[in-house]
Design a protein around this ligand. Structure first.
Ligand SMILES: [Zn+2]
Length: 497
């Protein structure tokens, strides 16, 4: 969680059941009202499709969603890496059927292995996927694939169909999520990402992606190595390893045959070197895995080193750290606790204005400090479209920031959670433990094999912060494989408490 992001209003509207449509939803609703039905030939595919969205609207949608994505996920702070990805992406995009789009390529600060595209030419790669590539050609392959989703207008066609069948995405995005759903945390722009591409869309993006790689002389065989890498990660079955690719990019292994066929059909085979060493050097020092400076959970205790606070959740609860929020969920998913940032710096005033909302009934209030910090808290009842909830609202001032803590459950379950939620709110405290205050993220370190050696030996010799199997996946090799002297290898340094 980061202090620059503020999404509590959106969360609160979920509790009290009065969603305010985002700009994107408005835009979509406007388009629903003015359906200019038109058929359009897609240059990249030569196919004719129903399209209700013009290019200007498409770019506008991309721009709006881009703001949400930056707020929700954050960009990875490394200017030279960002410039490099933008430069390579632009070079590929310039050779496509839609060179005139405002192509924007960005690295988001997320450890999951993922890449995605928004309408209008907005392409994102996570630092997680960048750390798993072995060379520039692999990066080019994924960029080409994502660019193809845009040139083939997959989102635009999908949105147009949704409008016509009155599944209206605009309507779907403003529907109130259930109390249990963390999805309410996602910006509206993020929901555009959950528009699943079909298998056919993926095949088409692979086909066009191979062509785009060829356009810039990058070796398309590396796209197959990317598929193999993704397949290995999927095989670990690690939950959350591939949240997006798993849902929008099914079965990487099945796609390798198709890509091989496309490559076999290429006339031109004389590609430039894959740029392994220069690519890997760019990864040296990159943050690997979750960044603990933005919050870390250990035994139901949440620590935030940058903001210097800690918060203790009930032992069995699931705790999730998101940009702008920390969320806890009871095992039965019938109670939740969330921490977000407030706007002003007055806990008492914040509690009063919270109680002042329609549909919120204040039941009690106290201005007693919490662990020496200025605070105001009170129980409330709120009407939602899923029934009445009861909860505890707490506002705490710490380090110049107002923290808002809401614990709640359906009215009938409140007596069961009352005490746990109160204890959680009262556990908010200044962080003083140096083990957490001084914590540093794990980082990639690129080393050179000095003699013929296996990754297994290297792993044992250097104090590597991740298991051997994970290191092997990261390097796209087998643990037993012998590395020749001079070969660059990724390792991971650092240590988390
Ligand atoms: Zn795709």
């Amino acid at each position: 969680m980061e202090k620059t992001q503020f999404s509590s209003i959106r969360i609160l509207t979920v509790i009290i059941g009065k969603p305010s449509p985002s700009r994107l939803a408005c835009l979509l609703l406007t388009m629903l009202c003015l359906p200019l039905v038109a058929c359009q030939t897609i240059d990249a595919t030569g196919e004719r499709h129903l399209s209700l969205i013009g290019e200007r609207q498409e770019i506008e949608m991309g721009e709006t969603s881009n703001e949400d994505i930056i707020t929700t996920m954050g960009l990875y702070e490394d200017e030279s890496l960002q410039n490099y990805v933008q430069e390579l992406g632009s070079r590929i995009a310039a050779t496509t059927e839609r060179p005139e789009l405002p192509w924007t390529f960005q690295v988001v600060d997320d450890e999951v292995v993922n890449a995605f595209a928004l309408p209008g030419g907005y392409i994102y790669l996570t630092r997680g996927i960048l750390s798993h590539f072995d060379n520039e050609a692999q990066l080019a392959g994924v960029l080409g694939h994502e660019i193809a989703h845009v040139t083939a207008k997959h989102s635009v066609i999908r949105l147009s169909k949704a409008m016509v069948t009155q599944l209206g995405l605009g309507v779907a995005t403003i529907a109130v999520p259930e109390l249990q759903e963390f999805s309410s945390m996602l910006g509206q722009g993020m929901k555009l990402l959950f528009l699943k591409f079909s298998r056919d869309d993926e095949t088409e993006a692979d086909r066009l992606g191979v062509r785009y790689m060829q356009n810039v002389n990058e070796d398309p065989k590396e796209l197959m190595n990317v598929m193999a890498m993704l397949g290995r990660i999927s095989d670990t079955g690690k939950e959350g390893a591939l949240p997006q690719w798993a849902s929008t990019h099914p079965h990487p292994e099945n796609r390798m045959d198709f890509i091989a066929g496309q490559i076999a059909g290429l006339e031109h085979r004389d590609f430039q070197p894959v740029e392994r060493e220069s690519y890997l050097q760019r990864l040296d020092g990159m943050v690997y895995g979750p960044n603990p400076r933005e919050g870390i959970v250990r035994e139901a205790m949440f620590y935030h080193p940058d903001m210097a606070f800690q918060l203790g959740f009930p032992a069995e609860w699931e705790v999730v750290n998101r940009r702008g929020a920390v969320l806890g969920m009871s095992p039965g998913k019938d109670a939740a606790f969330q921490l977000t940032f407030g706007k002003d710096k007055d806990p008492v005033g914040a509690l009063q204005s919270f109680f002042g909302q329609t549909d919120i009934n204040g039941l009690s209030s106290s201005n007693a400090p919490i662990n020496g910090l200025p605070a105001a808290s009170g129980e409330f009842r709120a009407r939602t479209n899923r029934g009445e909830v009861q909860g505890l609202a707490t506002f705490i001032l710490h380090g110049g920031h107002l923290y808002q803590l809401f614990g709640y459950s359906p009215l009938r379950a409140w007596s069961q959670y009352d005490r746990e939620i109160r204890n959680t709110a009262n556990s908010f405290e200044r962080l003083t433990d140096n083990r957490y205050l001084d914590i540093e993220p794990l980082r990639l370190k690129i080393i050179t094999a000095e003699s013929a050696t296996s990754l297994k030996e290297l792993h044992a010799r250097h104090k590597t912060a991740i298991p051997l199997e994970e290191l092997a996946r990261l390097n796209q090799i087998d643990a037993e494989e012998i590395l020749q002297p001079g070969r660059l290898v990724k390792t991971v340094t650092g240590q988390l408490p």
